[in-house]
Design a protein around this ligand. Structure first.
Ligand code: ADP
Ligand code: MG
Length: 236
């Protein structure tokens, strides 16, 4: 059975259908990318999966258990965690303390959380910035802090929302390497990503959302040549 199973997921905001009948299945150990134009419903989908909002209809099962009705912190405790497009860091706290916020989920003792957080900072390449205030980092650094806080919760699956957004090509490639390391450490990844370079480097499978619906699915090399997908991007 897949680690994450989404069936017929629909989310309405008044008259707007942001997600329509979405079916999605992600197996343990996969790296899946979700792409689609702005407003396609990608972030809304992530919100529905982690309990940030209640889907209008459909089911979400993670690790064989229904996630519907659970709060984000309960979903995180089950091992499913998302990051945000715009980092939600604690700017006046240090990089290490930001990672500790995540680590406290599994390590209630501060000393243990600190130790776990340090390991995470190693993984995301922030070890040398541990004592800097998060707000003092550049965009690439702040994105890594966001990633570190999520990773510190020790998820089985990470949902990454445009984690390479706003990075220059060198920073994006460095980030792709970090994500590969995270994947190799045993975390299943679902990435919403506009930076094609990152998608092509990492994803084993790409799903395409347009106007709230899944319109295509396939290996990255095929998806970028798929006429329906090209039309979705150019047709706006
Ligand atoms: P994407 O992440 O693919 O760019 P979103 O999921 O953010 O798209 O948005 C999908 C659609 O849902 C957009 O039209 C957006 O304006 C709308 N939307 C998202 N969140 C809300 C909300 N909380 N209330 C009303 N409309 C929303
Ligand atoms: Mg979005």
């Amino acid at each position: 059975m897949a680690l994450l199973e989404v069936k017929e997921l629909t989310k309405r905001f008044g008259g707007l259908v942001a997600n329509k009948d979405i079916n999605l299945s992600v197996g343990e150990g996969e790296i899946v990318a979700i792409i689609g134009p702005n407003g396609a419903g990608k972030s809304t989908l992530f919100n529905g999966l982690v309990g940030y909002h209640e889907p209008t209809s459909g089911t979400v099962t993670f690790g064989g258990k229904s996630m519907l009705g659970l709060k984000p912190e309960q979903v995180a405790a089950m091992g499913l965690v998302r990051t945000y497009q715009i980092p939600r860091n604690f700017g006046q706290m240090t990089v290490l303390e930001n990672a500790m916020v995540g680590a406290l989920l599994r390590h209630p003792r501060l000393a243990d959380a600190r130790e776990a957080a340090r390991k995470v900072l190693d993984l995301v390449g922030l070890a040398d910035r541990a004592d800097v205030k998060a707000a003092g980092l550049n965009v690439a650094g702040q994105k890594r802090v966001e990633l570190a806080r999520a990773l510190a919760t020790e998820p089985r699956m990470l949902l990454l929302d445009e984690v390479a957004g706003g990075l220059n090509p060198t920073e994006a490639i460095a980030l792709a390497d970090i994500l590969r390391g995270i994947h190799q450490s045993g975390v299943t990844l679902v990435i919403v990503e506009h930076v094609l370079e990152v998608v092509m480097r990492l994803a084993q499978r790409v799903l395409v959302l347009n106007f709230g619906q899944m319109i295509a699915e396939g290996p990255p090399q095929e998806i970028v040549r798929n006429p329906t997908v090209i039309e979705a991007y150019l047709g706006r």
